[in-house]
Design a protein around this ligand. Sequence first.
Ligand code: CDP
Ligand code: MG
Length: 138
Amino acid sequence: MPIETTLVLIKPGGVQRNLIGTIAQRIEQRGLTLSGLKLIKAERATAEEHYAEHRERPFFGSVVDYLTSGPIVAMAVTGENATKAIRTMMGATNPVDAAPGTIRGDFALSIEDNLTHSSSDPEAAARELSLWFPEGTL
Ligand code: CDP
Ligand code: MG
């Protein structure tokens, strides 16, 4: 089983709704380990780079506005198949499609405020970790 490190962001809505502890607890309970953790206000340029794959999509401006609208938490998460395990744990992008038991399925209702970002695959994880943790992870 490959040991991977992936990126999770708790978006501004999750921080405002005091869900940092709940989300971190679920990740830790699953057996995954935090290898980086910080509360930050994202720079616009960082958010634009983060969502670069969506630059031509109609929602690009609004997702960048949203990600930079308040404090966020950046987490590096390490463990067996961490990338896929975290994506499954967070649930479908649109919370109305997310299964109960997932973070989005339990705590979110709208796609604009779906609480978390998680890397889609190991290549995205490597790119995003270098963007949000340029100092490196533990
Ligand atoms: O976050 P995830 O990887 O599940 O979804 P994505 O397709 O990479 O889209 C990135 C983010 O853009 C989503 O998490 C939504 O917050 C937002 N989005 C949106 O507002 N409207 C859409 N039609 C698609 C995505
Ligand atoms: Mg994505």
